[in-house]
Design a protein around this ligand. Structure first.
Ligand code: C2E
Ligand code: MG
Ligand code: MG
Length: 678
């Protein structure tokens, strides 16, 4: 018995709830006015704030005046009617703030047992949860997203009122229906799949077209999660729907943009490829052909560079609408890029049909355009390839492109058809490119030097470095056979650098054959490379070659598009002592201002003028004379190229060309020692 009592006391002592036995204090009327502590556990000591022995025998109202009135009411009730329980909110100055106490009072003979439970924390959490639930409901009620719940079956059990805004249905019209009923028939499989995944306990997201009450559709993004019971079984689902119509509209716009050229509004290259593939499929079935017309505007670059990009944009728009107007309903038109357009002509039974379309396009392109007050004549060149039963889109595009190159080469404003020999050429091009790369890596490129003379004295004042390809099978390949390919692939930059290195090495070795300066050619493509100037400076400095011994030759077609950006580079090079000569002068569209505004110190007359000096119409001779006078008035050197005969030399000398270069004075030659030819 004693053991039981002790065990019980130990248990009470260890309880986290304050427990105490108290003796009632009554006034003369027998009313309970206070209680005196008889015994108490550790938790009660903590609550009352003192040691066990110090607390025993004291009145509660003395120790906790804030707590006493509440305790006493409970005690009074218990004395009247047995065990009593009350929850008291206590304004307790001794603790952090309000206390929430559950108080149990039980009469024990002439004493009372009190058990107090501080439920402040739990109550706060419950209240916070209640608040949260309330806000959540508010959110569901007022958010534009729709929130819904359902059981294991397909039907919706509860849905937020915002479904009315989103779909036009009242919540009660939707409850009981299945989601699949609310979407377009095409999207139902999506809902079925979602249901299967939910049943497996997976969360699902999908986007589907929902039907509004008024019959219109709206894209909704659904995010649905499974709901589990205590045993972990899926018993339902809850989820939300969000209106994503705006996102879909934006995506639609992007798709449109993906397939259209923003400047002209025409379809673009991506569309073209798909469209051509589709037409080819149709043509195979119908046993007809598709003609691909690759259209490239002539002179566009020059106009764009001289009149500015706004004018260029206008021209492209104008040309796009003209080309469109020249086509028939079944023909398709796309802007391929830059000033290139592609027309697809379906249902071709006879190549003559494509020719008709192509000539109409040429005629449209050739009419003058007025842009920014200038009358401009552009014109176009067209390459045509016609499909056969085995044609692929890629092959047709490549073939029409090859035909276009042919059209351009044969003079502008032409139509050229693709044929087998062009195919061979195109393949050759590819092999050349590969071989050229290994030529650069190996030792197959060599530099030849051609003398440049002072005209009157015929004294050699310098040389031009000209690259050659010493091909193992083809022998010495002239630059015009491989430089155009190198230019399109960008290999030209490395070739030019290789030549400059060879030249600098030869100059550093003080080769007696190389008196005076050496001119090196810098390709148009090379000038577009950032850092081209610095690379030249560094190479020359690395070999300690005086800058005055190097002349940079740039073609006028190379500098024209970069006019403004080149100005500071040229000025620096000149200031450092390099020479700069404009090569092939007279072949491009350069203006006199180009010579005046750029800090160049020499002008080279293109060899084609020299060849035509004796032409009966005398035009070339007049032009050449004019250019010599121009150079002299600008105080720069004038070098006539391609001088083969004494007659030519005499005429050019009389015209005032200060220098000359040509077979008459010396052919391009390697340096005697092969190691320096490389
Ligand atoms: P270019 O710079 O105008 O070089 C002059 C061309 O005229 C050279 O042709 C030269 O061999 C040729 N030539 C010289 N005298 C006569 C003559 O009396 N009669 C005839 N019919 N031709 C003569 P080449 O060597 O075939 O070079 C052709 C072009 O290739 C060069 O024209 C130049 O633009 C380019 N080129 C050559 N080497 C390089 C190079 O290392 N880098 C770059 N970017 N271009 C180069
Ligand atoms: Mg040159
Ligand atoms: Mg030249």
């Amino acid at each position: 018995m004693e053991a039981d009592r002790n065990r019980l006391l130990r248990l009470v002592e260890a309880l986290p709830q304050p427990c105490l036995t108290v003796l009632p204090v009554v006034d003369d009327d027998g009313t309970l006015v206070d209680v005196v502590v008889e015994d108490l556990n550790a938790a009660a000591c903590r609550l009352l704030g003192g040691e066990h022995d110090a607390l025993v025998g004291r009145r509660v109202s003395e120790m906790r005046p804030g707590l006493a009135p509440e305790l006493l009411t409970t005690c009074r009730e218990a004395l009247l009617s047995g065990m009593h329980h009350e929850r008291h909110g206590v304004l307790d100055p001794d603790s952090d703030g309000d206390l929430l106490l559950d108080v149990w009072a039980v009469p024990l003979g002439d004493a009372l047992a009190l058990v107090l439970d501080d439920v402040t924390r739990e109550t706060r959490v419950v209240r916070a949860l209640e608040d949260l639930q309330h806000s959540y409901r508010l959110l569901a009620d007022h958010s534009s997203d729709v929130v819904f719940e359902g059981g294991a079956g397909p039907s919706i059990d509860w849905i937020s009122p915002s479904v009315r805004d989103l779909l036009g249905w009242a919540p009660e019209e939707v409850v009981g229906r299945s989601v699949a009923d609310l979407v377009l028939p095409e999207d139902r499989p999506l809902i079925e799949r979602a249901r299967e995944e939910l049943a497996l306990g997976l969360s699902v997201q999908y986007q589907a077209r929902f039907l509004r009450r008024d019959g219109s559709t709206v894209w909704l993004a659904a995010d649905v999660r499974p709901v589990y019971d205590d045993s972990g079984a899926v018993v339902g689902r809850s989820g939300s729907w969000r209106d994503v119509s705006a996102e879909h509209a934006a995506a639609e716009l992007l798709r449109f943009r993906d397939l259209h050229d923003p400047l002209t509004g025409l379809n673009n290259r991506t569309w073209l490829q798909d469209s051509l593939a589709e037409l080819l499929r149709e043509a195979r079935g119908a046993r007809t052909s598709v003609a691909v017309l690759f259209v490239d505007l002539d002179n566009f670059k020059v106009v764009n560079d001289s009149l500015g990009h706004a004018a260029g944009d206008f021209l492209l728009q104008e040309m796009a609408s003209r080309l469109r107007s020249a086509l028939r309903a079944q023909d398709r038109l796309a802007r391929y890029g830059g000033d290139e357009f592609v027309v697809l002509v379906p249902g071709v039974r006879d190549p003559g049909e494509a020719e008709g379309v192509a000539s109409r396009l040429l005629a449209e392109a050739a009419r003058p355009v007025v842009v920014h007050g200038h009358q401009v004549m552009l014109g176009a060149s067209i390459g045509v390839a016609v499909s056969n039963q085995r044609s692929t889109p890629q092959a047709l595009m490549r073939d029409s492109d090859a035909a276009l190159s042919r059209a351009k080469e044969s003079g502008r404003g032409r139509i050229a058809y693709f044929d087998r020999s062009m195919h061979k050429q195109a393949m050759q091009r590819l092999t050349t490119e590969d071989e050229l790369r290994s030529a650069l890596a190996g030792d197959e490129l060599v530099v030849h030097y051609q003398p440049i003379v002072e005209h009157a004295s015929r004294e050699v004042v310098g040389h031009e470095a000209l690259v050659r390809w010493s091909h193992p099978d083809r022998g010495l390949v002239p630059p015009l056979d491989f430089l155009p390919i190198a230019e399109t692939t960008g290999l030209i930059v490395e070739i030019d650098r290789f030549v400059l290195h060879s030249v600098c090495r030869a100059l550093a070795d003080r080769r007696p054959e190389l008196a005076g300066h050496v001119s090196v050619n810098v390709a148009p493509r090379h000038l577009q490379e950032t850092g081209w100037r610095r690379a030249i400076e560094e190479t020359v400095a690395a070999y300690s070659v005086p800058t005055s011994r190097i002349v940079v030759e740039v073609t006028e077609t190379g500098i024209l598009p970069l006019l403004e950006s080149l100005q500071p580079d040229f000025a620096l090079l000149r200031a450092e002592g390099f020479g700069i000569h404009v090569d092939d002068f007279g072949t491009g569209y350069s203006s006199i201002s180009l010579l005046r505004d750029l800090p160049i110190n020499g002008l080279k007359l293109d060899g084609s003028f020299t060849r035509r000096l004796g032409d009966p119409d005398g035009k070339a001779a007049v032009l050449a004379a004019g250019l010599a006078a121009l150079a002299s008035s600008l105080g720069i050197q004038s070098i006539a190229e391609g001088v083969e005969t004494e007659d030519d030399a005499a005429i050019l000398l009389a015209q005032g060309w200060t220098h000359a270069q040509g077979w008459l004075f010396g052919r391009p030659q390697p340096l005697p020692d092969a190691t320096h030819a490389r």
